[in-house]
Design a protein around this ligand. Sequence first.
Ligand SMILES: Nc1ncnc2c1ncn2[C@@H]1O[C@H](COP(=O)(O)OP(=O)(O)OP(=O)(O)O)[C@@H](O)[C@H]1O
Ligand SMILES: [Mg+2]
Length: 524
Amino acid sequence: MGLGNTGRPFGNTGFGGRFGNRSGLSSPATGAPGVTGATGAPGVTGVTGVPGVTGVTGVTGGVTGIPGRTGITGGVTAGGTPIGGAGLKPGGDREVDAPGDKFDSLKRQIHLQLVDKLDFSKLGEMDQGTLKTEVKALIETLIDEQNPIINRQKRSEIVKEIMDEVFGFGPLELLLKDDKIGDIMINGPKTIFIEKGGKIQKTDVVFKDNQHLLQIIDRIVARVGRRVDETSPMVDARLPNGSRFNAIIPPLALDGPAVTIRVFGSKPLGKEDLLKFKAFTPEMILMLEGAMKARLNVVISGGTGSGKTTLLNTLSSFIPHDERVITIEDAAELQLQQPHVVRLETRPANIEGKGAVTATDLVKNALRMRPDRIIIGECRGAETLDMIQAMNTGHEGSMTTVHANTPRDAIARLETMISMAGLELPIRALRQQFASAIDLIIQANRLQGGPRKVTSITEVVNMEGDTIIMQEIFGFKQTHVDETGRAHGQFWCHGIRPTFMDRLEAKGFHVPPDFFRQRMLLED
Ligand SMILES: Nc1ncnc2c1ncn2[C@@H]1O[C@H](COP(=O)(O)OP(=O)(O)OP(=O)(O)O)[C@@H](O)[C@H]1O
Ligand SMILES: [Mg+2]
């Protein structure tokens, strides 16, 4: 029987590896009854046919018996990682492992046992039909072993769900299904953190080993035509539900593949959700709605994970449906609801360093596509100048985001990006362009303890000398941090009527006369 792993990075052998010695089963590691069959048929019976559970434990050879690929991966280690309870650590939220739903936890239990028993690196090369039949049989055996009296319908539901997980994204499916999770951070196969309700916590969901994790990464990036290996060890991709995905693998990542996923639920957070979370007040969003309809140019500034993209999405929902919008992103994550949207995505260079398409290229091209508005997911470099110029030349109503901590910092960042790109413009001329292009800067912030808020809405007024003059219309002032470590504060209207209100009114957007009266709007 061909043994083991040939050391190729992904999916070499058949599966089977260690079907065993889990779930309290006692067959010896080498599982003599194991199925080594050439075409898999005996394997199937090995899995399902042996009375009791020994059939399962016995299968240590390749179930499909692809010659030379039957791989016993590393023999059968006894024990292995503790399973059962892929939920969060005690004390954390338990949505992942909802208590009280015993079928859910049975499913999770079985899924984890399965993960432990299968050699995922081999699944890729097996005939899918055979593979599915066999995995299904194994799942059924495990269910019967765990819960012999389960009803038929429930049984087949569980089988179906586990099959989805096995042939989808493995243990990640457990996390992706929980719509309360915002970020998933995988630091090697055994250490997975999630962000939930603004708090970061460790889960005890694990991958079997580096190989297993790599295989899932490969499956994800292959779907969008990218690849990850030693020659291109960093990759961006998108999950089918629109979530943003980044992976970096050894040798660059020292402790195994590191994966970061920004989960965007099937329905992104919108105006009503954000109002409920007190991310801004009704007055603030009303003015922003007017600003969008009156085609003001908007820059959203904020730190990492502060809610910039979410705001961009929310604001874009105010764009009238008859306008043509072109979006440019590195990894498409905007979910615009308009009917007339063209989505463009940049492309990294190929292995020979060729074929890169940058955001600058895309902005230039977008200008030839008769856009009403251009939305750049995030300004990082030379495209900044093209965008500013577009904003100044008839594409009002354009938007972008930038990583910065205050509105003034945002302008400074944009300036730096242009000068770093080697575009030598006198600083005064550049600022002049900013001052006339950008109407509004919205500052997003992730406060201590998790809440995300719009902490400033600032109008860019004009230039005086070399200085860009700005005025804050709405602001959030943090007042204290409570005993749980969560920040609280007040939203204020500063009593300044923005100069752009004339433009809003000209477009038929009116607010009550005392709308901009100085006052505290909301306390949280
Ligand atoms: N006001 C809010 N309240 C609660 N959760 C929010 C809020 N705004 C955004 N989120 C969630 O926070 C996470 C980060 O949001 P988002 O992707 O918009 O941030 P970002 O600033 O664009 O991040 P990055 O810098 O990584 O691009 C997402 O999961 C999003 O659903
Ligand atoms: Mg973002």
